[in-house]
Write a protein that binds this ligand. Structure first.
Ligand code: SF4
Length: 463
């Protein structure tokens, strides 16, 4: 088996090199094979997972839940903060990635922490947290298997839910042999067990565990974490201190909302009815409990999101639940892979999100790197109109948009995040009904007490 070098630099490289990187990926048959095989498999699994269900009704439900949450974002964030504090969780607000990194560092320094173990978190990728911590003399080790491998290779993730999807088994075996002395093997179970053994020691020695958040539930002050490997649970329970980092848009009103989104997320992402682990964290360890951290922190990261929030079209971008389905179905992404983009979020979601995080000048080739086939919009579980947004950004990238004054990155940044959101929410109240639906439940099926029923065709096991 040939092992062409697919390594990428550990830090993000300038996005303007998108074209040469895409060209190089197209010329690399190994990368193309790895992506096509993986993406075709994910597409088949997704299709099978939704079989027999009213997918359109579910997508409408998901979209309404996210629209409703965004319409009430400032209030929900306040409610979340209040309930988390009442539960004993310490809440921090970060205007950008740099501030978020400093907050994490300060917590580590206050505890004398030297070793951090991390669960999967795209926001921490956005912040380039590992780099920052290493510079501060704090070891940060990824524990998600895919993240562990790309960190070992000195690369960045190439997919938002499958970070090492660009590597096949042979390449992984070679990498583990080179870096950890693991015997070469094409047996996936053997390689996984070897990584598990190496990571287990690191969990026991870690001073702090850092995780992402899939849904932050305002009414109960609960942080929900979806994962398959158990590393998320280890990260959040074994070290004496847990720091969760998340974008401010991840808040949802209720546990029922989180449950309906979970059903959409797992099916859309990996074709699973439910993931192996679903962690719900509401408080640090209580006096009568044997497990869990003594301290729990949540860092709420803005990093350009409140600017997106002020645009009545681009606001839809914030509905994203990071399932990756748009990437798996994109004829561009599936051929060039994630590293060609050079950004934290690649593929269709990256093309509509990164222009706000980095500026359109830096990402000017993204909106036009699309055939506008519409596949991304059709599979998105929360119905983000990605092709429409790409057209909007194309217009802006060429000659500005006269209908929608461009939202400058950093606009209103002197205000505190909640002040900026409150201002933007006043504007949102003037938006069409779709942005201020009183109930997320209106067009989809509901169970007793208004709870969400994600299975219109009857209950399924494992949910
Ligand atoms: S844009 Fe939609 S399909 Fe793409 S990652 Fe986000 S939720 Fe999933």
């Amino acid at each position: 088996m040939s092992h062409r070098d697919t390594r990428q630099p550990p830090t993000r490289s300038p996005v303007r090199e998108f074209h040469p990187r895409a060209r190089a990926a197209l010329d690399n048959p190994q990368i193309r094979r790895n992506f096509r095989n993986a993406m075709d498999g994910l597409k088949d699994k997704r299709r099978a997972a939704f079989e027999g269900m009213d997918l359109e009704a579910l997508r409408e439900l998901g979209a309404n839940i996210r629209r409703n949450a965004l319409a009430r974002l400032p209030d929900l964030l306040e409610q979340l903060e209040k309930n988390l504090i009442a539960n004993g969780v310490q809440v921090h607000w970060a205007e950008d990635g740099e501030q978020a990194c400093r907050i994490v560092r300060d917590i580590c320094v206050a505890r004398g922490a030297k070793r951090v173990i991390k669960g999967k978190s795209m926001v921490s990728e956005e912040m380039e947290l590992n780099h920052y911590l290493e510079e501060q003399g704090i070891e940060a080790l990824e524990s998600d298997l895919g993240e562990y491998l790309v960190q070992m290779a000195g690369e960045t993730p190439s997919h938002i839910i499958m970070p090492a999807i660009h590597k096949n088994t042979g390449e992984i075996s070679e990498l583990m042999h080179e870096k950890t002395g693991t015997a070469r093997s094409d047996n996936v179970e053997y390689l996984t067990a070897s990584a598990r053994r190496q990571l287990r020691e690191k969990f026991m020695a870690a001073d702090v565990g850092i995780s992402g958040v899939n849904f932050a539930v305002a009414e109960t002050g609960t942080l929900c974490l979806v994962e398959n490997e158990g590393n998320g649970r280890m990260t959040t329970t074994v070290p004496p201190c847990h720091i969760a980092v998340t974008g401010i848009e991840k808040v949802v009103p209720s546990l029922e909302d989180a449950s309906a989104l979970l059903a959409l997320l797992t099916r859309s992402a990996t074709g699973q009815h439910i993931t192996t682990y679903f962690n719900m964290i509401s408080a640090p360890r209580q006096q009568d409990e044997l497990d869990g951290p003594e301290e729990v922190h949540l860092v709420l990261v803005d990093n350009g999101r409140s600017t997106i929030y002020q645009d009545d079209e681009l606001l839809d971008t914030l509905r994203c639940i990071r399932c990756g389905a748009c990437m798996n179905h994109c004829p561009v992404y599936t051929r060039i892979g994630g590293h060609a983009y050079g950004t934290t979020y690649p593929g269709p979601i990256g093309k509509i999100l990164m222009p706000h995080l980095l500026g359109l000048e830096e990402t000017q080739d993204f909106p036009s790197a699309s055939s506008l086939c519409g596949a991304c919009g059709e599979v998105c579980p929360v119905k983000i109109p990605i092709p429409d947004l790409l057209v909007r950004l194309r217009r802006e990238s060429v000659d500005g948009d006269h209908l929608h004054p461009p939202q400058v990155q950093g606009h209103g940044s002197k205000k505190k995040p909640l002040e900026r959101l409150a201002l933007a929410a006043r504007k949102a109240r003037c938006l069409p009904d779709r942005h201020r639906s009183g109930s997320a439940l209106a067009p989809a099926s509901t169970g007793q007490n208004g709870s969400l029923d994600p299975h219109p065709h009857g209950p399924e096991t494992g949910q």
